[in-house]
Structure formats: structure tokens, C-alpha cells
Design a protein around this ligand. Structure first.
Ligand code: IVH
Length: 671
């Protein structure tokens, strides 16, 4: 980017970030996620680094936080309220430990670890056990006196609970610090109500909690449910609280809510494991969290390590990776899936999101692109969480230069040049109906080899394409004819890998029926539907001859799936493929009718089981001759109810008089 372009980009970034801040802090609304705004600020800071003379005093990068609002009395904190420095991954936690080890080489460190709550910090002063004052963080040295407001909060004791064990905390000054949070459910209820009343919606629970505690009318605070969760305990004599672990014990004894999962660990390995567990489980908490707080447990060591800037050396915030970032759309391509659907895919400027490099995002279909107004060249917000495929949340038209281009769905398939069409006028998806389209061939073969189908290791995208290009295969059935010598002629294979691949393929001459059905890549047939079909039809021949009516009677199979199966087997090309498998002696094992203690019984599970996974239970049931179904029907014998069950299945089971059992009863049956 040259200086002129940078100047224009900087001006637009500043406008958009300021707009975000105005909506967020003044109007209490959100035009994008905090992570997306951070990503824009990051880009701005990078550009300013590159062109320092373009920095202006009004740039969002030049802002210092804090400050006192008019309307509340300013109170000095007895001890400064510090914040935490952030670390983002294991190596940064290790670097932190190395730093403090260097300062105190002889100390041995224990780590006290808690969830980092996303709310606002508050200090409560108790004098001889009586709540005297509540103070916000402010600039860390002094905050706002919000005593009248915190007194309305039920989770804050107006006087400390007395116990003999902790009696001394009822004498003199005891300061309790913690986080004021609004629970996600309460936040959603408030916004639902506001939406009904036509009021603007609040941005998020933290913002709403902060706005609430700063209301000058305490009755408004009482009406909004806020919760105080304690994390720190201060006394004039520091020896009263020797460790952070002990602080939590006392806090609970004095009548405060603390996080029950807070724990002490001896090694960073354990801390990182704890972090990973909570990163996964965090959405199940009642409040928002964006990471962990890791503190040195021993308070004397904690104090000895001192302070740098605004943060203690002895503690860090371990932040989970943000699930959103901004980047640019370089191009929009069309990819043909194994069932012929044409899916537009955005090619992105590579960006790190939640720990992975993202350079592609699905755009689903052209109507979605137009609804979201995404153009080639646009800046966009990309979302990626867990295992989900990255998605474009929205475009940022404010950052356009005028050179962006609208996407137009091509009329012909990019791979075989046959026209793309819609099967029904109301369909959103365009598809390539040419079943010989080369794009479909490799995807079908790759799907046949995939983990949930034949699970053939070594048959990824590149190898499948190489085999097709070399004319060694045309379809999945040809895989079984491959010889190691043929593979060795290709650049991609060495002795070992060629033999390994041929062995892996040959090992799958008699796959299970559900895997085989799933592997055919019939539209709408996922792994579970393939199991439902197998349980009912028990052989591929029976499935091939089934009518839509018969298929529709199978549990878990609706009309769309039924039609798709019939359509698939009506296509001569597909029947030929099945015959080709058969001619080579490749055939799925039938599901047997006979034998098995559970033959004739069928099971549905709702909710999660605590002793085994749903898949393991299904496998065990099938091994005993029983049937595992995905939904309750007339032929269901048992509905097994686990934790957090779905209501609809229970209602249906009651309607049909299906026997309802719990996990223990299931174990008794299958053990
Ligand atoms: S301990 C030096 N524990 O995060 C501050 N803080 O960025 C040590 N926070 O000011 C604080 N959950 O408002 C601690 N379990 C927790 C926390 C927590 C949220 C907040 C707190 C603090 C900020 C630091």
C-alpha cells in the first residue's frame, strides 16, 4: 500500500471505529463484535506504525482509558485497583513464568486459576463487618461511589456472615473485590422486553451491567438483575490472607459467591489443560468469560513480585482466541460439491482467527451474497468458532474504495462448462446436473474414502486428483483395481505409501452397510440417516428397490431424503456404479435379522449419557442385534433419557406409549 492509499484507508478506519465506539458507549448498541472492532484497530495501528506521520491526536489508537463520570462522588481506593496483562497462548504463559522466575529464582510457584468474568470490577468496603461503601474501579486510584446502587444487589451481603473461624474479618476494615456481572439469560430477557417496547437493544451483558451500575437512580439497579462474584480479599495486615486459595475460602465463609471451579495447580501443564477445558465449556456458563486469570497463589510472593505499569507481575489474564476478525475478499470462486451444488467461496487475505489461519469462507449461495452485500475487494468480518467452517458475518461498506466488484453467479459450471440450473424455482442453490462433471467425480471419490465412510487413509484431495489425472480411476469402484506398481509411477507415491494405500483400500472390500450407503454420497444422506436406512432395509438391494412411500416410513427419514434416495438409484449411472462394485467382489455386509439378545428391540437416546458416548451405546445395541434410531416412532421400544434431554422426544414417547428408561436401566439391558 502506498502512502496515499494508506491515508485514505486510515481515514475510513478511524471513521468506522469511531462509529463503533459511539454506538457502543453512547447509544448502548453494537454495530459489530468487539473482536471485529479490535481487528480493525489492529489494522489501523499497523498502518500508523508504517506511516507514523499519519498519526493524529484523534486517532482511536491514541486513547487513554479510565476517567470519572459526573454525578457520582469520587472516592480514593485504599489500595490501587490494578488490571492484568494479557497472554494469548502457552508460549506466552511460559514466557511470563520465565520472567518472574528470573526475578525470584529461589521461589517455587503455585498457580491459583479462576475464570475471568466479563463484567465490571467493584470494591466493597466493610467496617466491623458492615457494608460501608461500594466503589467502581475508575482509573485504578479512585473510582465512583456507587454504594446506594450495590446495596440493591442481593448477592452482596450488607453485613458479613459471622463464623468463629473467620471472626477477625468482622473486625476493622475488610475489603472485598469482585466482578459485577449480568447473566446471559437475564440480558436476553431484558433485550426481548426492550424489543417488544420498541426500545433500542443493549449491546452485551457487560455493557448493560456497567450502564446499570452507573444509573443515578438505585431503583433502576434493583430492577435489573446483577450479580457480584468475589475474587479478592484485602486486609490491613496482609498476613491475615496468606494465599489466594485461602482468600476464596474466607470469602465463601463471609457470605460471598465465588467461582466453584477456581483451583490451585502446581504446574503450567495443568493450568493450560484447565484453560483448554474451559475454552470448550465456556458457553455453558451463566455469564460471559473471555479467558482465565492465573495468579501466584502465595500472597507474600505475589507482593514481592511488584507492579509494572498498571498490572501486577504475579498475575496474568490468559485470553481465549477471538472468534472474529476483519480481512478482505480477494475473489469469489464457485466450487461444485459432490452432489452438484454450486457454492460460492470467498478467497480471503489470510487472517488468524481462534488460532487457525483462515483464507477461505463459504458464502452458501448467491442470494446470501446479495443479501449481505458482499463484493469482491470488500473488507469483511469473518467468524470462526471451534470446528465450524469460517463464515462471513457482514461486509463493511464504509471501507469501500469504489473499486469493489459485485459477484455474478456464472451461467455454466466452472468445471465441465455445462449450464448450471435450479431444480425448482424456489430453490436457492444452483447445481451442475451433469453427473459426469469431473468436479463431482473427485469429490465423490474423496467422500467415499472419508473418515465416516470407508476411512481410507492417504486418499485426500490431492491424491484423488492425481489418480484421476493419470486415468487410473474414474470412480470409487476403480479404487479396488489399483496396484502399487501403478501408483509408483506417479510422483506423489513412494514404495511404502503406495503399498499402504493399496492395503487400506483392499481392507474395505466388505464395509458395514451404513458406511457404504453414506459413502455413496447420496444427497441429504448423512452418517446417521445411513444408519437408520441400514437398520430398516438391512441390505443394499432392499434399499435400491425401495419406493418413496416405503422409505418415508423409516424413522428419521422424511420426504426429502426418501425422494433423494429414489432419485439416486433411478439414475442408470449410479446403478452401474453399484454393479461395478459387485463385479469386483466389493459388497457391504448385510445387517443380520437373526440372533442377538436385543433383536426386535429398538432404542432412541435423548440428551447425553454420562458413562459412554451416544455412538458407543449405538454400537453396543447394534452388536446385540438391536436397532438404534434417531427419532421416536411407532416401532421404538425404548426411549433412553440422559442429561439435558430434548422435550419433543419425551412428549412423542408418551404419546406412543414407548417405554422410557434412564441410563442405568440401559446399562442393565446392554451389559
Ligand atoms: S483477579 C490485578 N479474578 O479482570 C487484578 N480478576 O483485567 C487481579 N476479573 O480488574 C484481579 N474475573 O475486574 C481476578 N476471577 C477473576 C476475575 C477478574 C474478572 C477482572 C477484574 C480485573 C480484570 C483484570
Amino acid at each position: 500500500m502506498n502512502k496515499h492509499q494508506a491515508k485514505e484507508r486510515i481515514a475510513k478506519l478511524k471513521d468506522l471505529i469511531n462509529d463503533y465506539r459511539y454506538h457502543y458507549h453512547v447509544l448502548n448498541e453494537s454495530i459489530m463484535s468487539e473482536a471485529a472492532a479490535d481487528s480493525l484497530k489492529h489494522e489501523l495501528a499497523r498502518l500508523e506504525e508504517q506511516f507514523p506521520d499519519l498519526i493524529t491526536p484523534d486517532s482511536p489508537t491514541q486513547r487513554v482509558a479510565g476517567g470519572i463520570l459526573p454525578g457520582f462522588t469520587e472516592v480514593r481506593h485504599r489500595q490501587r485497583m490494578l488490571s492484568l496483562s494479557d497472554v494469548f497462548d502457552r508460549s506466552e504463559v511460559e514466557a511470563w513464568l520465565a520472567r518472574i522466575t528470573k526475578i525470584l529464582p529461589d521461589a517455587s510457584f503455585e498457580f491459583f486459576t479462576d475464570i475471568k468474568m466479563d463484567g465490571l470490577a467493584c470494591a466493597l468496603i466493610y467496617n466491623d463487618g458492615i457494608l460501608e461503601r461500594g466503589i467502581t474501579r475508575g482509573d485504578g486510584f479512585s473510582g465512583e461511589d456507587v454504594t446506594a446502587n450495590v446495596r440493591t444487589m442481593e448477592s452482596i451481603p450488607l453485613s458479613l456472615r459471622y463464623s468463629k473461624q473467620f471472626a477477625k474479618f468482622n473486625q476493622g476494615i475488610t475489603e472485598v473485590r469482585g466482578e459485577i456481572v449480568m447473566y446471559k439469560a437475564d440480558f436476553e430477557r431484558i433485550n426481548e422486553q426492550r424489543s417488544k417496547e420498541g426500545l433500542p437493544l443493549f449491546a452485551n451483558p457487560r455493557n448493560t451491567a456497567a450502564g446499570t451500575i452507573r444509573q443515578l437512580d438505585p431503583s433502576l439497579v434493583a430492577g435489573r438483575k446483577l450479580h457480584f462474584r468475589a475474587y479478592d480479599l484485602l486486609r490491613e495486615n496482609p498476613a491475615d490472607v496468606p494465599t489466594n486459595e485461602y482468600a476464596y475460602k474466607v470469602l465463601a465463609g463471609l457470605g460471598f459467591l465465588t467461582n466453584p471451579m477456581a483451583s490451585v495447580f502446581k504446574s503450567l501443564d495443568e493450568v493450560v489443560k484447565f484453560a483448554n477445558v474451559w475454552e470448550e465449556k465456556r458457553h455453558s456458563l451463566e455469564f460471559n468469560t473471555d479467558g482465565l486469570v492465573i495468579k501466584i497463589n502465595d500472597r507474600e510472593t505475589y507482593e514481592r513480585l511488584g507492579v509494572v505499569g498498571k498490572a501486577p507481575r504475579a498475575a496474568v489474564a490468559y485470553k481465549y482466541a477471538a472468534e472474529q476478525a476483519t480481512t478482505r475478499v480477494r475473489d469469489i470462486l464457485v466450487s461444485i460439491g459432490r452432489t452438484g451444488v454450486a457454492t460460492p467461496v470467498a478467497v480471503l487475505e489470510p487472517v488468524q482467527i481462534a488460532g487457525t489461519k483462515v483464507q477461505m469462507a463459504t458464502l452458501h449461495n448467491d442470494s446470501e451474497i446479495h443479501r449481505k452485500d458482499i463484493r469482491i475487494g470488500d473488507s469483511v468480518i469473518v467468524h470462526k468458532a471451534g470446528d465450524i467452517i469460517p463464515e462471513i458475518v457482514q461486509s463493511l461498506p464504509q471501507l469501500r474504495t469504489g473499486k469493489e466488484k459485485a459477484f455474478i453467479m456464472p451461467e455454466n459450471c466452472p468445471d465441465c462448462n455445462q449450464p448450471l440450473s435450479k431444480q425448482k424455482a424456489e430453490d436457492v442453490a444452483w447445481r451442475c446436473l451433469n453427473s459426469a462433471c469431473p468436479s463431482r467425480a473427485w469429490k465423490l471419490i474423496q467422500h467415499y474414502a472419508s473418515k465416516e465412510a470407508m476411512d481410507i487413509e492417504g486418499l485426500g484431495e490431492k491424491n484423488v486428483i492425481a489418480l484421476l489425472d493419470a486415468n487410473l480411476i474414474n470412480d470409487a469402484a476403480d479404487l479396488y483395481k489399483l496396484k502399487a506398481e501403478q501408483l509408483l509411477k506417479l510422483e506423489r507415491f513412494a514404495d511404502i505409501s503406495a503399498n499402504k494405500l493399496v492395503d487400506a483400500i483392499q481392507a474395505q472390500r466388505h464395509p458395514s452397510l451404513p458406511r457404504f450407503i453414506y459413502g455413496l454420497g447420496i444427497r441429504h444422506i448423512g452418517a446417521q440417516t445411513a444408519i437408520d436406512l441400514s437398520n430398516y432395509f438391512r441390505s443394499i438391494e432392499a434399499l435400491m428397490d425401495a419406493s418413496v412411500d416405503e422409505l418415508s416410513t423409516v424413522n428419521g427419514v422424511g420426504e426429502v431424503v426418501a425422494e433423494s434416495v429414489v432419485e439416486y438409484f433411478a439414475e442408470p449411472r449410479n446403478r452401474k456404479l453399484i454393479n461395478k462394485f459387485k463385479d469386483q467382489g466389493v459388497w457391504p455386509k448385510n445387517v443380520s435379522h437373526l440372533g442377538g439378545r436385543l433383536s426386535g428391540s429398538s432404542f432412541v437416546i435423548t440428551g447425553t449419557l454420562s458413562n459412554m458416548s451416544r455412538e458407543a451405546a449405538a454400537e453396543r445395541i447394534r452388536a446385540l442385534g438391536g436397532t438404534f434410531q434417531s427419532s421416536v416412532g411407532k416401532d421404538t421400544t425404548y426411549l433412553v433419557v440422559g442429561e439435558k434431554p430434548g422435550n419433543s422426544k419425551i412428549v412423542r414417547a408418551n404419546e406412543l406409549d414407548t417405554k422410557i428408561i434412564d441410563e442405568e436401566q440401559l446399562l442393565a439391558i446392554i451389559d
